[in-house]
Design a protein around this ligand. Sequence first.
Ligand code: AMP
Length: 572
Amino acid sequence: MTISMRFLDFCQVMERVDSTTKKNEKIIIVASFLAELSLEELPLACYYAAAQVFSKKSQLKVQFGWSSFMAVIRQLTTRSDKELQSFYRRKADFGSLIEWALLKPKPRPKSLSTFFEGETEPDPPSIGEINTFFEKIASLTGKGSLRKKKEELLQLLTTLSPLEAKYIARIITSDTRTGFQEGLLLEAIAIAFKRRKEHVRYAYMVLSDLGELALVSKNPSLNLTSIVPKLFHPLKSMLATKTDSIEDALDTFSPLVCESKIDGFRAQLHINLQLCKIYSRNLEDVTEAFPEITGSITPAQKKQIAPCILDGEIVGLVENKPVFFQDISTRILRKTDVASSVLKLPCYFFVFDVLLFRGESLLRMELQERKGVLSTLPTSKHVQIISSETVEDLVEIQDRFREAIKDGYEGLMLKDPTSLYLAGRRGKSWLKLKATLPTLDLVIVGAEWGHGRRTGWLSNYHLAAKENDGFQMIGKTFKGLTDSEFDWLTEKLKSLKITDESYGVRVQPQVVVEVEFDNIQQSLKYPSGMALRFARIKKIRTDKSIEDVDSIETVQQLYQGQLQRQKHINKS
Ligand code: AMP
């Protein structure tokens, strides 16, 4: 079967999705569209609807930023930079900017107009041809590849309508804000193929691939809950929700499984007899960054447990105390020589969960049973099991919390012993309790050029929380980063630049940072009415994506909590 659906058809469906604010209508429009697609078209339509170029599991990347995209657009439009910038300032939507730019095209270059003379306009490309284009630009790597990618994009855009170009822009830049978010897509898949929502969510956790998910959902003879994890196919990770106090946690469930919260790097370790691989929370293969971990598992140990998938946190230890993430992130960003980093700061994998053991899926087991299996796991120098206890006594948990902080941990993880492993939405089965004020995961939407010591760096970062389909700024900071992080962020933000501003740049919201602050105050400066006081970046969260950014509601809840505490203090 060939792929005949035009990319334009897909764009028109997405326009209908965009034109309604009602979630249910959006879901129904996409569901009826998906239900009609062939097996070849379905996966591609799912990736594109969620503004993904390829499956999240794919190690293929297009590596093409907004500023490169804009450079190509400038060759095609008669609109001036000033007009483009002012449009973006009003709409803050990159896809619409591209569409609007191409509505006023430059006359076609001579060679192209001769080429088309006497010929009819080419047919709009099929969704499969667009996939071929993405694969082609992803395959261009190394010296000179950016120039070639720009040429390929220029070539493609000259054959597309402004509407098609808008969606190419959204997909290439993963602009989910006005696209169709993953959660809604899962609901649409459930409706399209008459599946239960929770079964679709479960299957997505195991497959981590929207295209594969749609295909298995379309197959009526397949029971989604019978899908089991496969080695070397990373699963989505179970997430935790913030809790303010041990009392609140005990109100949610009791007894609870209590563990230290390690401030490290979330990872999944996949083991068979021949091979061990490590994946990040974003499903990236990061095996090469941690040779000491994979190298410490002996053949005999593998034989006892394989095929096996472990969930845990990677952290560096110095004198048995955890050392903060920054040093690890330089390994992952390939900013350091791994061999010397292994000597300087050896890393350890602390296992807190087991998802596959001797080939058997444990996903339908309760946490307490999975912990039972975990206790039989042989440990090695660099793979250890996190110590965990089931407790219900408030004082005992308070003691554990104090001990954890003293030992250099971030706080505690409190888990429901009867819970199943469920990824995706943040549920209430895992609660995180941190020592300091809770931090916020925010996205950088702009940055200012630094002065003095910070000259040459983009350094004062504009921080935003999620609101509906967009982002709302709630603070700025230049604090908390090392020089090499300033270097890295400056390069990264330059590649995400949308417009130059008098202060610096506006950027595509993509880089997530974990931000500490003293408190939240009322402020007229930002539309949300709130601003962070003394914000500082605790970590650049390369392991998180914009779907993980905290919402304005979360900021409001923190603000309300802060007011309550203030009242309490004033009274006493
Ligand atoms: P946060 O990064 O603040 O969203 O907190 C949740 C993260 O804490 C998880 O994704 C893990 O990376 C990490 N973590 C540290 N210790 C544990 C633990 N004992 N159990 C589960 N997650 C943990």
